[in-house]
Write a protein that binds this ligand. Structure first.
Ligand SMILES: *[C@@H]1O[C@H](CO)[C@@H](O)[C@H](O)[C@H]1NC(C)=O
Ligand SMILES: *[C@@H]1O[C@H](CO)[C@@H](O)[C@H](O)[C@H]1NC(C)=O
Ligand SMILES: *[C@@H]1O[C@H](CO)[C@@H](O)[C@H](O)[C@H]1NC(C)=O
Length: 227
């Protein structure tokens, strides 16, 4: 009975330990991070920044890498694809503080309207997000007032992230655009709170104890060693 009580106390203590922000890197660090997932709290992060896309001139950051043989004859430039390394800033002004880069490609993916496939990484370079990334994927009908796209993953402080990005054009002409982004990002997987009833049978006495424990449905599968 004493041992069980100690176990319960330990459970309660583990739940109460606050989780530190730092992440250790490398395969070992990631493995440890996964093991501790059940006691980590999920967090929602709100991010706001401006994305600068320039396709000509001395400050060009987006370059055409491909097109189809109908790109130049269709009004939507179907198939024209750009790879870019675009600055992300805190204000619409390109000279304002830079918090990272949007790196990836977009390509015209619709016959009917100007609509792009967006496939990129937000690579952050400031403060506690420095070195962390978010993976962004979606369809972008650029003339719509608000476009909604997905955050499908993350690294660093954004490990196992999921989220929604909304894009609104702040400025647009033939050669450059400034797009305002608002991101709502949930990191880690959802952890469940489970209520567990312990029943101990000691001689003729039944002892019933209960506890809330935090568990998760995920398990790490070890990859088999290749010989
Ligand atoms: C585009 O290329 C395909 C084959 O790759 C060809 O069949 C088609 O006729 C071409 N279209 C135009 C408009 O050149
Ligand atoms: C971000 O991290 C890199 C690599 O660790 C470091 O060189 C750089 O100084 C950091 N930048 C800021 C603004 O903290
Ligand atoms: C688009 O706007 C940028 C930034 O104001 C400017 O440098 C560029 O010349 C403009 N391009 C056209 C085609 O008007």
């Amino acid at each position: 009975m004493k041992i069980e009580s100690v176990v319960l106390m330990l459970c309660a203590m583990v739940i109460a330990i606050p989780w530190a922000q730092s992440v250790s890197e490398g395969p070992k660090g990631v493995e440890e991070w996964f093991k501790e997932l059940p006691i980590k709290k999920q967090k929602v992060t709100k991010l706001h920044f401006y994305f600068h896309d320039t396709t000509t001139g001395p400050r060009q950051t987006a370059f055409q890498i491909a097109e189809s043989n109908i790109s130049s004859t269709t009004v939507t430039q179907f198939g024209r694809t750009f790879m870019f390394d675009n600055p992300l800033t805190v204000e619409p002004d390109a000279r304002s503080m830079r918090i990272g880069k949007g790196q990836g490609f977009f390509g015209a993916a619709s016959f009917e309207e100007p609509r792009f496939l967006m496939n990129l990484n937000f690579v952050f370079t400031q403060g506690k997000y420095n070195g962390s990334t978010l993976q962004f994927l979606g369809t972008n009908p650029i003339l719509h007032r608000v476009r909604e796209m997905s955050i499908v993953g993350g690294t660093g402080v954004f490990r196992l992230a999921r989220g929604i990005a909304t894009a609104q054009t702040y400025f647009l002409n033939d050669t450059s655009s400034i797009v305002e982004y608002n991101l709502m990002v949930q990191d880690k997987i959802k952890v469940m709170l489970r209520y567990v009833l312990f029943v101990f049978d000691i001689g003729n006495v039944f002892i019933i104890e209960s506890a809330f424990i935090i568990g998760s449905t995920s398990r790490i599968r070890r990859t088999p060693k290749i010989l």
